[in-house]
Design a protein around this ligand. Structure first.
Ligand SMILES: CC(=O)SCCNC(=O)CCNC(=O)[C@H](O)C(C)(C)COP(=O)(O)OP(=O)(O)OC[C@H]1O[C@@H](n2cnc3c(N)ncnc32)[C@H](O)[C@@H]1OP(=O)(O)O
Ligand SMILES: O=C([O-])CC(=O)C(=O)O
Length: 378
């Protein structure tokens, strides 16, 4: 047993996986052999999910059966909707609301929430993936005092979410950008939330518990929560008297971390940031308001010059979603709507050859303490 301490499990290999490959030196991300740029441009989210869950790209008829299955599972039980309403009335954090409501779905699963065969768990994973957008959209609408909008089976996953959010069918361009964002967020090796899902599943717990653990883990600012923090920063810069460079320099001098920069695996720019940067620029050009993209670009150039630290996926998703009119506190829930595909794929892959995940800590506390009865303690 090695006594080397690997804080944050940095660089520790814990599993073999066929799902996604990351080259942190080259800035490359691949799902099951397919470059992320090709998938972003040419595959729908449903195709990416099929690829992750079934091992290969679907044929046209496999895809349409798969799409129909997902679309038919979008409705959530009235009791869950009522809980979402209460969470919205309590002005809950949207990630907390998503975590609670997703967990609650298990009680209403047609097969119960307990672990089953791979096929049963995959079907549950499909139902969770289909229902999470309904939860997020209903939460947002009820928080705003609007009625929830029922899902439509004739729209794809991306367009249906925007429809449920805004109450109108999105234009094709927006639906396409959103679909692409879902594709590129779907998987990323053993990131923290995926690992959390795997730890939970490794105890032979159920897939609802694994996804609930993962949602809670994605929420943090060092992980998925960074996309919201990026937009908060851009808005703070916009409202400050300082230039973008002055603001960023001050933040670094104050020892702050700039959200949307740095990565445990990439030493260069995250390929997803490049893809989303193009979308952010295109949205700015289309609206005639380029400031969010321009601020981001200035920060990227400054960070490169001063620190050599490059943007990660959360940096340009922020201005992309913002320019699509999506509320800032829904950015991380939207990340979850996509990453649930990766969580499920990794859980199923890991459980096929399961081993309880249980690392060690080095004990550095006292030993040999003599027990003092409570009436003699000072
Ligand atoms: C989807 C995702 O989860 S992508 C990541 C989203 N998170 C963020 O964007 C939050 C900001 N980024 C960070 O906090 C980090 O880069 C992390 C947590 C993502 C990765 O952290 P680690 O792999 O642990 O890198 P580590 O903390 O060792 O950083 C290495 C050095 O770069 C610096 N650094 C890393 N990220 C940043 C940043 N965003 N801003 C300023 N400095 C940074 C650290 O201060 C450290 O400097 P030091 O060696 O002088 O102390
Ligand atoms: O891989 C990571 O550590 C974080 C990340 O970029 C992701 O989860 O998409």
């Amino acid at each position: 047993m090695s006594d080397d301490l690997k804080k944050g499990l940095e660089g520790v290999l814990v599993a073999e996986s066929e799902l996604s490959y990351i080259d942190g030196d080259e800035g490359r991300l691949v799902y099951r052999g397919y470059e992320i740029g090709d998938l972003a441009e040419r595959a729908s989210f449903e195709e990416a999910l099929y690829l992750l869950w079934h091992g290969e790209l679907p044929t046209a008829s496999e895809l349409s059966t798969f799409e129909e299955g997902l679309a038919a599972s979008r409705t959530i039980d009235e009791d869950v909707l009522e809980t979402v309403r209460r969470l919205a009335e309590a002005d809950a954090n949207p990630m907390a609301a998503l975590r609670t409501a997703t967990s609650m779905l298990s009680a209403y699963d047609e097969e119960d929430g307990e672990p089953g065969t791979r096929e049963e768990d995959l079907a549950k994973g499909r139902r969770i993936t289909a229902k999470m957008p309904t939860i997020v959209a209903a939460f947002k609408r009820m928080r705003d005092g609007d009625d929830p909008v029922a899902p439509r089976e004739d729209l794809d996953h991306a367009a249906n979410f925007l429809y449920m959010l805004n109450g109108e069918v999105p234009d094709d361009k927006l639906a396409e950008i959103f679909d692409m964002a879902l594709v590129i967020h779907a998987d990323h090796g053993i990131n923290a939330s995926t690992f959390a899902a795997m730890v939970t599943a490794s105890t032979m717990s159920d897939i609802y518990s694994a996804v609930t653990s993962a949602i809670g883990t994605l929420k943090g600012g060092l992980h998925g929560g960074a996309n919201q923090n990026v937009m908060a920063m851009l808005k703070e810069i916009d409202e400050s008297e300082l230039s973008v460079v002055e603001w960023t320099r001050n933040a670094l001098e104050d020892g702050k971390r700039i959200p949307g920069f740095g990565h445990r695996v990439y030493d260069v720019k995250d390929p997803r940031a490049a893809i989303l940067g193009d979308q952010s620029r295109a949205l700015g050009n289309a609206s005639g308001e380029l400031k969010w993209f321009s601020y981001s670009q200035v920060i990227e150039e400054f960070m490169d010059k001063e620190t050599g630290i490059a943007p990660n996926v959360d940096f340009y998703s922020a201005s992309t979603y913002y320019q699509m009119g999506i509320p800032i506190d829904l950015f991380t829930p939207i990340f979850a709507l996509s990453r649930v595909g990766g969580w499920i794929a990794h859980v199923l892959e890991y459980q096929a050859d399961n081993r309880l995940i249980r690392p060690r800590s080095r004990y550095v506390g006292p030993t040999d303490q003599a027990f003092v009865p409570i009436d003699q303690r000072e």
